[in-house]
Design a protein around this ligand. Structure first.
Ligand code: SAM
Length: 299
C-alpha cells in the first residue's frame, strides 16, 4: 500500500507512474465515486462515462502516489484533509470548455432589451446599479465578454450605470486563471476583431484583458450544488448559467435552478446554454423571446 504523501521528502521521491493498463476502476468503485461526486457537487457520471472518470482520476492518483482507485476512495473519505482533496477532485473531473463571445444572441439581448429595461426600472427607485452573475464561469471568458459589451455599448448610453459582474466556479484552477485576466489564442478565437483590438493587449501568445473592464469583474470559488454557498448569492439582476446543467441529473438541475431563482431579484433574467432548456426543470420563470435566443424572467 502506498504511503500518503505527508512530508516534503515523500513528495519529492520518485513515484512510479501508473497507467490505465496498470489500474482498473471496478464497477463497484465506479458506483462509489459516482455517488461521492454526485452528492458533493451534482455532477452525475452516466455509465458510458466510466472510462472518462477513470482516466481523469488517474492523473491525480499518480500525483498522490496511490496505487488503486480504492485507495483514492479511502483517501477522499478518511484523510484528515479530505475537504481540501475535494478541490483537486473537482479540478480533475470538471470540463471547463469556454471562449469569449460564445453566445452572441444573448449578449445582443442584454444590450438591446434586458439592461435598458432594468435601467428604466431602477431609475425610478434611485441608483442604477446592475448585478450580474456568471455562474459556472470557468476561466472567465463569459464574464469578461459581458464586461466588454457593457463598456462598449451601454456605458456610453447610460453614463450613470454601475455594473458589478461576479464569476464563480467549483474548479479553483479556472478561477485563478480567470482572476489573472490572461488568455490564450484558443479563448479569443470567436472574438470580433474590433473588440480584440480595443479590449485586449497582446503579449506574445497571451492576450490580456483591458484593466478598465477587469476592475468590474471579480471571481470566487462556489459550488452551485451547496445550499450554504448559494445562500450568499442574492440580489442579482441577471444570471448566466450556461453549459453546466448538462452535467447534472434531473434532481440536481431542479435544485440548482430553484436556488438560482432565489438568487434573482424580481424582474431579473436567467440565461442558460444554447442547447439547454428549463422544460421539466422549472415552471417559475416567464419565457421571454429575443432574436435567436430566449431568457427566463422572474416576474
Ligand atoms: C463547460 S464549462 C461552461 C463555462 C461557461 N459557462 C460557458 O458556457 O462557456 C462548465 C463549468 O461548470 C463548472 N461546474 C461544474 N459543476 C459545478 C458546480 N457544482 N458548481 C459550480 N461550477 C460547476 C465546471 O468547473 C466548468 O468550469
Amino acid at each position: 500500500m502506498a504511503q500518503y504523501p505527508n512530508t516534503i521528502l515523500s513528495q519529492t521521491e520518485a513515484v512510479p507512474v501508473r497507467t490505465a493498463f496498470d489500474l482498473k476502476l471496478s464497477d463497484l468503485s465506479f458506483e462509489k465515486f459516482r455517488e461521492l461526486i454526485y452528492s458533493s457537487c451534482g455532477i452525475y457520471f452516466q455509465d458510458n462515462k466510466k472510462y472518462l472518470l477513470e482516466s481523469r482520476l488517474l492523473k491525480r492518483m499518480n500525483h498522490l502516489g496511490l496505487e488503486s482507485y480504492e485507495e483514492y476512495l479511502d483517501y477522499l473519505k478518511y484523510n484528515r484533509t479530505r475537504e481540501d482533496e475535494k478541490k483537486y477532485l473537482y479540478e480533475a473531473i470538471t470540463i471547463n470548455e469556454t471562449f469569449f463571445f460564445r453566445n452572441p444572441p444573448q449578449l445582443d439581448a442584454l444590450v438591446t432589451t434586458v439592461i435598458p429595461e432594468l435601467v428604466a426600472a431602477k431609475r425610478k427607485t434611485g441608483k442604477v446599479k446592475i448585478r450580474i452573475w456568471s455562474a459556472a464561469s470557468s476561466s472567465g471568458e463569459e464574464a469578461y465578454s459581458i464586461g466588454i459589451i457593457i463598456a462598449d455599448l451601454l456605458k456610453p448610453k447610460y453614463p450613470d450605470l454601475e455594473v458589478e459582474i461576479i464569476g464563480t466556479d467549483i474548479n479553483n484552477m479556472v478561477i485563478e486563471a480567470a482572476k489573472s485576466g490572461l488568455f490564450k489564442e484558443y479563448s479569443i478565437r470567436n472574438t470580433p476583431g474590433y473588440y480584440l483590438k480595443k479590449y485586449f493587449k497582446q503579449k506574445g501568445n497571451v492576450f490580456e484583458i483591458d484593466p478598465a473592464v477587469k476592475k468590474n469583474v471579480s471571481f470566487k470559488l462556489l459550488n452551485l450544488y451547496e445550499d450554504f454557498d448559494m445562500r450568499s448569492m442574492v440580489n442579482f439582476d441577471i444570471i448566466f448559467c450556461a453549459n453546466v446543467l448538462i452535467y447534472f441529473d434531473m434532481k440536481a438541475k431542479v435544485k440548482v435552478v430553484s436556488n438560482l431563482y432565489n438568487s434573482l431579484n424580481k424582474g431579473g433574467y436567467l440565461f442558460i446554454g444554447y442547447a439547454e432548456t428549463l422544460h421539466m426543470i422549472s415552471k417559475a420563470f416567464t419565457i421571454v423571446s429575443f432574436p435567436k435566443t430566449i431568457g427566463y424572467k422572474k416576474e
